[in-house]
Design a protein around this ligand. Structure first.
Ligand code: NAD
Length: 349
């Protein structure tokens, strides 16, 4: 029998390392492309059974058309979020699968690390000491104890974030369209309206997916409701925040700090070594000038445990598809764009 051929797009050395190792037990034929998936590069998938794409690949209608033309049957996303996939265009033509919840700990722990780095000025202290400057002037932070946290989205990551906060003696507010009564009881979460969360939180951490409805949910109006000096942490998706509004909030000191692992126009920059080149995105460049803004390159997921799970589940998804098993991680248009698919695998029929 011919080996199943899988084309990986937008790969880095660590993808190749983990997937090659994990594939020893699956035995697929893997090809790793550095190129991002888009309507032009989709042709490279000619002759492959499946493609694997990541967070900044362009899985738009035009790309999907090319993949279908090339004979590809499955798009195996090696991430949890799928806001970059046009599920409506895929429906009935090509199956889409993903890796939900490969390590909520990786992302939740990282959100806390971003907050505490900013709050306790570790990024600035590190640079000072390297310059033999041992002064602590200007590095004062605040105790987390007694503060109010607002968690937007209490799915897998949001709940682990709430779990991590249990030791800090904080009050936890949350907003989710589907409040989780069990989490509320166990993790002392008070579900409130989004407006109440904005008005009362000292720290706001975003853990909801990006959907057409919540693009720029953190905008001028939302920031206007927030407490003076609020900290905003975004490890979810960049487009949840209107960056121009964020800059205005930072300039007016309304926002005390912002920890951003994602940025709305990140795809031109994140994951790439652009040292030596000018940044032509003026908004990103401005954000990078604030001492109380910490930007990282979409790395919250990046732990050994998460990479192991991502490679295992992605290849298992492909195997389930090839062997005609139930597709538990299938996502489709019918799922309302926000819930795990019932997994019959018949959506492309
Ligand atoms: P999940 O599906 O388990 O939970 C998402 C929760 O958000 C659900 O409870 C859902 O009801 C809720 N929700 C949906 N829309 C909402 C809205 N408009 N307002 C409030 N709540 C809303 O997902 P998860 O595994 O917890 O992941 C959350 C997000 O984190 C992903 O969608 C992805 O965008 C992001 N993520 C980022 C990284 C990274 O490396 N930075 C890694 C993994 C996931």
């Amino acid at each position: 029998m011919n080996k199943t051929k899988v084309a990986f797009f937008d790969t880095k050395p660590y993808d190749r390392e983990f997937f090659t190792e994990t594939n020893r037990k699956f035995g697929f034929e893997l090809t790793f492309f550095e190129a991002r998936l888009n309507p032009n590069t989709a042709r490279m998938a000619e002759g492959f059974d499946a493609v694997s794409a990541f967070v900044n690949d362009d899985v738009s209608e035009a790309t999907i058309k090319e993949l279908v033309k090339a004979g590809v049957k499955l798009i195996a996303m090696r991430c949890a979020g799928y806001n970059n996939v046009n599920l409506a265009a895929a429906y009935g033509k090509i199956l889409v699968m993903r890796v939900p919840g490969y390590s909520p700990y990786a992302v939740a722990e990282y959100a806390l690390a971003l907050l505490q780095t900013l709050n306790r000025e570790l990024h600035r202290a590190y640079n000072r000491v390297r310059e033999n400057n041992f002064s602590i002037n200007g590095l004062m932070g605040f105790d987390l104890r007694g503060k109010t946290f607002g968690i937007v989205g209490t799915g897998k990551i949001g709940r682990v974030f709430a779990e991590l906060l249990q030791g800090f003696g904080v009050r936890i507010l949350a907003y989710d369209m589907y409040p989780n009564a069990e989490a509320a009881r166990q993790l002392h979460i008070e579900y409130v309206s989004l407006e109440e969360l904005y008005r009362n939180s000292d720290v706001i951490s975003l853990h909801c997916p990006l959907t057409p409805e919540n693009v720029h949910m953190i905008n001028d109006e939302a920031i206007g409701m927030m407490k003076h000096g609020v900290y905003i942490i975004n490890t979810s998706r960049g487009k949840l925040i209107d960056s121009a509004a964020l800059i205005a909030g930072l300039k007016s000191r309304k926002i005390g700090g912002a920890g951003l692992d994602v940025y709305e126009e990140e795809s031109d920059y994140f994951f790439e070594d652009r040292s030596g080149y000018a940044i032509d995105d003026d908004i990103l460049a401005r954000l990078m000038t604030f001492p109380n803004v910490l930007i990282t390159s979409h790395q919250a997921f990046f732990t050994r445990e998460a990479m192991t799970n991502i490679s295992n589940v992605t290849l298992k998804n492909i195997e389930d598809f090839v062997k005609g098993r139930e597709l538990v991680n299938c996502i489709c248009y019918q799922c309302d764009g926000n819930r795990q698919c019932p997994g019959k695998g018949d959506h492309a029929a």
